[in-house]
Design a protein around this ligand. Structure first.
Ligand code: 6R9
Length: 637
């Protein structure tokens, strides 16, 4: 088995020449990277593509299993090295270290258990679990037997879980009994029970991992204990041989329409690109301890807690807890405790910790940090500077990594320590990534610098989405129809005179709350579920900690209502429909919403009012009901 790793770039000059080469002959470049992995059969074509259908295939005919590349191929060279380092929620609880050998054995046991429970290649398994080692183990086990994982962040509601389970007809749900988060214990299995009560006809088995051991309700017709199914299994489990273009996983994400879509990633290209990007962005070297604070329920956890690091034989940390428990020093205390070398987190966490005061970060030994990263939303200058000064002590390079669920891996970023860095600029595209700015007005590519426009990608890259589950037309329409011949990201960006990119933010009806993507339509649909709500418009507004907050304008049915009571009920409705992450921060009751003559809500104006920018609302005279604007301004909360 191959123990090689993809190319690791070690200077800005090498980056430039590599980039140039990767664009001149992408097939040769990616074939060279792909050849460092273990394949059962080599591919016969590197790339076939068009962005019209769209139809993208990398490494066709290649046969592999990604978990053999994550685990088996490291056994001879680093079998006893820690693969997963687990830091529990409770700082006093014992740390768990799983070596590559142990992780391999555990993954095999779960793989065998899943097969015994009747799961096979192509079946979908939904995961609804906290950040425990068993989540990593069973996700990998799922991939080992060729089943498709769909991890749902354990903060989503029963309704949101049921929607996701049903969209992809999952045969099994793997969950925990409870979740430890700070000083709270959160029921997890109970939410799964509620989801099943809402109706999940495809689910045959719920495999329950015992985390806290507190009592749960049990239905013997589908519930099974994880440990009872797994403990006696063999530690060898032959990996399913997958085609490079077989589906590896589905991950649901929000878009500008109401219903979340299942982004589909496939085995071969995703493997090659997550490993390549991990190695280069974080400049991981053998022996380093790498920590990404994301949750495996998001793409960042998939690509940069699990697959990228394990493919590269890294020691990757998993953290069960929250940044503020037992206090706001936890991240830094954990960095010092485990001598973390690469630390990767989100601007919202940086801002929240910054707001608590410098005393929490000072006094912790952060001298092992070599690269610190940011992901999920634009990082504002103040947060960047604080991260740079207080965490990086003014010298550790920051990688501001721009990418998306759909891109599978990091697209624009510095390569830790080897790229010029500039606060709030993500920087240059990685090798093989051909970004473009496109004029909103003409639809033409903007080739000069400096420039700003719609952020697009002109050429396929190995880890790009292939489709949206069950609805290819939606994939085409969402990503490939705005700018014909290109993948449109939904973001707007600016390129400076030197060609460095700064991401401005979403240009569609998607808001980014604490780094979590939320469709405004999705939140509106949830609010509309309240029986007294007639119509709603949801917009984002600048929020000091969360980046964006959720502002809802709500029209109520006629009658005398208690506004405070209704606000609470609406918040509760959203919590039930989606989950606490989608709760509106502000709710304003209005009589009417400003609309165009064709009946479209004027979101531009609502956004400005929510942001408090009422002195330049632009032309409102063409509205159907200009008087609605004044009323909205007057009632601002
Ligand atoms: C990885 C991830 C994707 C959206 C993306 C953009 C925003 C992510 C960013 C960033 C500015 C960065 N975004 N990283 N904006 N700078 N470094 O977050 O995926 O949850 O799908 O969100 O997040 O708006 O389009 P996902």
């Amino acid at each position: 088995m191959s123990t090689q790793l993809p190319l690791q770039i070690s200077s800005f000059e090498t980056y430039q020449s590599t980039y140039e080469r990767s664009v001149r002959d992408p097939e040769a470049f990616w074939a060279e990277q792909a050849a460092t992995f273990s394949w059962h059969e080599k591919w016969n074509r590197v790339l076939d593509w068009n962005f019209t259908d769209p139809d993208v295939k990398w490494f066709q005919g290649g046969k592999l299993n990604i978990t053999e590349n994550c685990l088996d191929r490291h056994l001879d060279t680093r079998g006893d090295q820690t693969a997963i380092l687990y830091e529990p929620n409770d700082p006093e609880a014992p740390v768990v270290r799983l070596s590559y050998r142990q992780l391999h054995a555990e993954v095999c046991k779960v793989g065998n258990a899943l097969r015994e429970l009747g799961v096979g290649k192509g079946d979908r398994i939904c995961f609804y679990m906290p950040m425990v080692p068993e989540l990593a183990i069973s996700v990998l086990a799922c991939a080992r037997i060729g089943a498709i994982h769909s991890v749902v962040f354990a903060g989503f509601s029963a309704q949101a879980l049921a929607d996701r389970v049903n969209d992809s007809d999952c045969k099994m749900i793997i969950c925990s009994d409870y979740n430890n988060r700070g000083n709270k214990t959160i029921p997890v299995k109970e939410v799964v029970d509620e989801a099943l009560a809402l109706g999940c006809p495809s689910v045959e088995t719920v495999l329950v991992h015992r985390n806290t051991g507190e009592p749960i309700t049990w239905d013997a017709s589908y519930d099974q204990w994880y440990h009872e199914c797994v403990d006696e299994q063999s530690t060898e489990c032959p990996a399913e041989v997958m085609d490079a273009e077989d589906v590896l996983f589905i991950l649901y994400t929000s878009g500008s329409t109401g219903k979340p879509k299942g982004v589909v990633h496939t085995c071969g290209g995703y493997m090659v690109y997550t490993a390549f990007s991990f190695l280069n962005v974080f400049q991981y070297n053998p022996g380093d301890v790498y920590w990404c604070t994301a949750d495996i329920g998001w793409i960042t956890g998939h690509s940069y807690i699990l697959y990228g690091p394990l493919l590269c034989g890294a020691t990757t940390m998993m953290f069960e807890g929250v940044p503020t428990y037992p206090d706001a020093a936890r991240f830094w205390q954990v960095c010092a405790k485990h001598r973390v070398n690469q630390f990767y987190t989100a601007p919202t966490a940086i801002r929240a910790l910054m707001a608590r005061g410098n005393e929490y970060v000072e006094g912790h030994d952060l001298s092992d940090l070599k690269v610190i990263g940011s992901v999920g939303e634009p990082i504002n200058e103040e947060a960047w500077e604080w991260y740079h000064e207080k965490v990086g002590k003014g010298k550790v390079p920051i990688v501001d990594t721009w990418w998306q669920t759909e891109t599978g891996g990091i697209m624009i970023s510095g390569l830790g320590g080897h790229s010029p860095q500039k606060a709030t600029f993500a920087g240059y595209p990685l090798p093989g990534i051909q970004m473009a700015l496109v004029s909103k007005n003409t639809g033409e590519e903007l080739t000069e610098n400096p420039e700003s426009g719609l952020l697009c990608v002109k050429f396929p890259w190995p880890s790009m989405l292939r489709t949206t589950w069950g609805d290819h037309e939606r994939c085409r329409n969402t990503y490939f129809s705005t700018v014909p011949g290109m993948y449109f990201t939904g973001d707007g960006a600016r390129r400076d005179a030197n060609g460095m990119y700064r991401i401005v933010g979403r240009v569609d009806d998607v808001i980014n709350v604490s780094g979590h993507r939320m469709g405004t339509a999705e939140v509106e649909n949830a609010i509309d579920e309240h029986p007294l709500v007639v119509e709603t418009a949801v917009v984002g507004y600048p929020h000091e900690i969360k980046g964006q907050g959720i502002y809802a304008y709500v029209i109520l049915a006629p009658g005398n209502h208690d506004p405070e009571k209704l606000r609470n009920e609406i918040v509760e409705t959203v919590r039930t429909e989606i989950g606490p992450i989608a709760k509106p921060d502000k709710i304003q009751f209005v009589e009417e919403l400003p609309k165009t003559r064709s009946g479209k809500i004027m979101r531009r104006i609502l956004r400005k009012v929510a942001a408090g920018e009422t002195d330049n609302l632009g032309d409102t005279s063409t509205l159907l009901n200009p008087e609605a604007v004044d009323a909205v301004i007057e009632g601002k909360v």
